[in-house]
Write a protein that binds this ligand. Structure first.
Ligand code: 5AD
Ligand code: SF4
Ligand code: FES
Length: 353
C-alpha cells in the first residue's frame, strides 16, 4: 500500500515536476527497490531534459583551513587543535589559478574556512587579477559583511556558495554555535541582489535529522530557486563533537541520492554537483550521483601538502592524487558514463515557468 502511494507521487513528479513536503517525506522514507529505482531513473531523465548531458567542471582551490567558527560537524572548526593550519599567499594563489586556467578549466572555486586574514580589499584586487584569466570565479568563504560581498562582485566574482546545511531551525541552531539561521539567509538575499549566482546546499544523515527535515530542505531549495545546490552526506570526523554518529554508508548514500534526485526534479535547471563527500562515503558515489540528477564535478586543485590538511571530514578522496590528476580522472569518469565535458562557463539557465 505504501509502495502504491509512492508510485502515485512518482506519477505526479513525472508529470507535474512538483509535489508537497508530505509527499517528499513519503518518498524519502520509502525503501522499496522499484520505487527508488524509478525515482533515480526519473531524475536522470529530468537532468537530461533540463541541463543535457554535459558535465561542468569547477576547479577547487582550498586556500586556507583556518576558521573562526565551531560548527559541530566540521574538522576545520576552531577548537580542533589537532589540525595543522595553513594559509596560501596571494602570489601562491595567483600562480595556481594561472595553471588551472591554462588547463582549460572554466570555473575556479576559491574556498576556505571563515578566515578574516584575507581582508576584503586585497581579496578584491586578487579577484580582479584572476578575472583576466577569463575564468568564472566562485567564492566560498562564508559569512561576510554586505560591503565586502559588493566589493568582490564589483571586482568580478560571479558566484557565491553559502550552504544552509539544514533548513530545520532547531537542528541548525544545535549544529552552529556561532551562527544565526536568518542571518545566513540574509547573506543569500544580499548576494542575490548584488547579482551573484548563488549556491546553497545541505548535509544528509546528520544526527537528529528526520526525513521531514530533508523534505523541508528540498522545498526550500525550490522556493529560493538557488543556482547551485551542494548535497552531500555527513561524514563524522573523530576530532569533532559529532565524531561518533555513525550510520550504514550504503543507507546514507541512498538517502543522499534520493535528496539529490528529488532536488533535480523540483528545481529543474539548478547546477548540482556530485560531491566529493559522496565519493568518499562509498566507492563510485560520484558516478551514482551523476546518474541521479547531478551535472557538476569539482576537481581538486589544492596543491600538496595543503590538500591533506583540508580535512573537513576524514578519508577524503583525491588527497593522494598528483596535482592536476583529478582533471583527467574526471574526464575519464564522465566519458565512461556516456556524458560529455562542458566547454562553456556553465552559468545557470533559469527554467521558463
Ligand atoms: N561531513 C560532510 N560534509 C561536511 N562539511 C563540513 N563538515 C562535514 C562533514 N563532517 C561540509 C559542509 C560545509 C563544507 C565546509 O563542508 O557542507 O559547507
Ligand atoms: Fe568553519 Fe565552514 Fe567548517 Fe563551519 S563548516 S567550522 S564555518 S569551515
Ligand atoms: Fe580526484 Fe579521481 S577525481 S582522483
Amino acid at each position: 500500500m505504501n509502495s502504491r502511494t509512492c508510485e502515485d507521487v512518482l506519477d505526479l513528479l513525472e508529470e507535474k515536476e512538483d509535489c508537497t513536503e508530505e509527499e517528499l517525506t513519503l518518498l524519502l522514507r520509502c525503501e522499496e527497490p522499484q520505487v527508488v529505482h524509478r525515482l533515480f531513473t526519473l531524475a536522470d531523465a529530468k537532468r537530461r531534459k533540463y541541463v543535457g548531458d554535459a558535465v561542468h567542471l569547477r576547479g577547487l582551490v582550498e586556500f586556507s583551513n583556518f576558521c573562526r567558527k565551531n560548527c559541530l560537524y566540521c574538522g576545520l572548526r576552531k577548537e580542533n587543535r589537532k589540525l595543522k593550519r595553513y594559509r596560501m599567499s596571494w602570489e601562491e594563489m595567483y600562480a595556481l589559478c594561472e595553471r588551472i586556467a591554462r588547463l582549460g578549466v572554466k570555473t575556479i572555486v576559491l574556498q576556505s574556512g571563515e578566515d578574516p586574514w584575507y581582508e576584503a580589499k586585497p581579496f578584491a584586487e586578487f579577484i580582479h587579477r584572476v578575472k583576466k584569466l577569463q575564468v568564472a570565479i566562485t567564492l566560498s568563504v562564508g559569512e561576510r559583511e554586505p560591503w565586502e560581498y559588493a566589493l568582490w562582485r564589483d571586482a568580478g566574482a560571479d558566484r557565491y556558495l553559502l550552504k544552509q546545511e539544514t533548513f530545520d531551525r532547531e537542528l541548525f541552531a544545535r549544529l552552529h554555535p556561532d551562527d544565526d539561521y536568518d542571518t545566513r539567509l540574509e547573506c543569500q538575499k544580499v548576494l542575490r541582489e548584488l547579482g551573484y549566482q548563488v549556491g546553497s546546499g545541505n548535509m544528509v544523515g546528520l544526527p537528529y535529522q528526520t526525513p521531514e527535515a530533508l523534505a523541508l530542505d528540498i522545498k526550500k531549495f525550490q522556493e529560493w530557486d538557488f543556482d547551485m545546490i551542494g548535497i552531500g552526506p555527513f561524514i563524522p570526523h573523530p576530532d569533532t563533537p559529532l565524531g561518533h554518529f555513525t550510520m550504514d554508508p550504503e543507507k546514507k548514500c541512498l538517502l543522499t541520492l534520493k535528496v539529490l534526485a528529488l532536488t533535480r526534479i523540483l528545481t529543474k535547471t539548478t547546477n548540482l554537483p556530485a560531491t566529493t563527500a559522496l565519493g568518499t562515503l562509498v566507492p563510485g558515489g560520484r558516478e551514482r550521483g551523476l546518474r541521479c540528477g547531478a551535472n557538476v564535478l569539482m576537481p581538486n586543485f589544492t596543491p600538496h601538502p595543503y590538500r591533506s590538511q583540508y580535512t573537513i571530514y576524514p578519508g577524503k578522496i583525491c588527497v593522494q592524487e598528483a596535482w592536476g590528476g583529478c582533471l583527467s580522472c574526471m574526464k575519464e569518469m564522465v566519458t565512461k558514463l556516456g556524458r560529455t565535458i562542458a566547454t562553456d562557463y556553465g552559468d545557470r539557465v533559469r527554467p521558463i515557468r
